[in-house]
Design a protein around this ligand. Structure first.
Ligand code: GTP
Ligand code: MG
Length: 207
C-alpha cells in the first residue's frame, strides 16, 4: 500500500474530543522511548510528522494522523516512565486506558516492545490486561538495527515463549527498525488487509 497523504489532525487528552466518524484507526502503544512516534514517521515516510525525542516521555497526548483520507494512525503516550512521578504516570495511564477501552474506532492496537531487552513485567502485564479486556492487538519488536541477528532472534524467541505461557495462540508480530525501514511493507500490508476486510463487510451490509 502506498501512503499518498498523511496529515496531523488533532492532539488531545480527552477521548471524547477525538475525531468523529467511522474511519478505522490503528494505535501505537508501549513503554516510553520504545519508538512509537519514530515508527509512525517511518511508516508514513514523513520524518517530522510525529514528534520524537531521545528523552523518554515526549508524547503526552493522543495524536491522530489521517492517512490516505480514509484511516488513522494514532500516536499514544508511553507508559512506565518513572521520572514523570506517580501523579503524572497515573494521569497518562488514565488517558491510555480510557482511549483503549472507549474508542470504538480502534481497530488494532500495536504494542511496541524494545527488541533489545528481555521480557519486562510492565509489558507483560499490559498485554495481559489487553487480553482481559478483549482488545485486538499485535506486537511490534522495535530497534532491530541495534542488535545482531543472533541476539535479535534469541530475544524475540524468548518473548514469544513468555507469551505462549499466557496465550493459546500468538498474536501477529512484526520486527522493525525505524532506522532502516525494516518491517514497513509487512505492517502496511497488514493494515491494508484489515481495511479491505472492513470495507467488504460494509458492502455486504448494504447489499
Ligand atoms: P515517548 O513518546 O516518549 O513515549 O517515546 P516513543 O515511543 O514515541 O519513542 P520515539 O519514537 O520518540 O523514539 C525514542 C528514541 O529512540 C529516539 O531517540 C529515536 O531516534 C530512537 N529510535 C526509535 N526507533 C528506533 C529504531 O528503530 N532504531 C534506532 N536505532 N533508534 C530508534
Ligand atoms: Mg512518542
Amino acid at each position: 500500500m502506498d501512503i499518498t497523504t498523511a496529515e496531523f489532525v488533532i492532539s488531545n487528552t480527552d477521548v471524547k474530543k477525538c475525531p468523529t466518524g467511522t474511519f478505522p484507526e490503528y494505535a501505537f502503544i508501549g513503554r516510553s522511548n520504545v519508538g512509537k512516534s519514530s515508527l509512525i514517521n517511518m511508516l508514513t515516510g514523513r520524518k517530522g510528522l510525529a514528534m520524537t525525542s531521545a528523552t523518554p516521555g515526549k508524547t503526552m497526548l493522543i495524536n491522530h494522523f489521517l492517512i490516505n483520507k480514509s484511516w488513522y494512525l494514532v500516536d499514544l503516550p508511553g507508559y512506565g516512565y518513572a521520572k514523570r512521578g506517580q501523579k503524572g504516570q497515573e494521569q497518562i495511564q488514565r488517558i491510555i486506558e480510557t482511549y483503549i477501552l472507549q474508542r470504538e474506532q480502534l481497530t488494532n492496537l500495536f504494542v511496541l516492545i524494545d527488541s533489545r531487552h528481555e521480557p519486562q513485567n510492565n509489558d507483560m502485564s499490559f498485554i495481559e490486561w489487553l487480553g482481559e479486556n478483549g482488545v485486538p492487538f499485535s506486537i511490534i519488536f522495535t530497534k532491530a538495527d541495534k542488535l545482531n541477528t543472533g541476539k535479535l532472534n534469541a530475544n524475540i524467541q524468548l518473548y514469544l515463549k513468555r507469551l505462549k505461557e499466557q496465550w493459546e495462540e500468538l498474536p501477529p508480530y512484526f520486527i522493525t527498525s525505524s532506522e532502516n525501514k525494516t518491517g514497513k511493507e509487512h505492517i502496511l500490508k497488514y493494515i491494508e488487509s484489515i481495511n479491505t476486510e472492513l470495507n467488504s463487510g460494509k458492502t455486504n451490509q448494504i447489499n
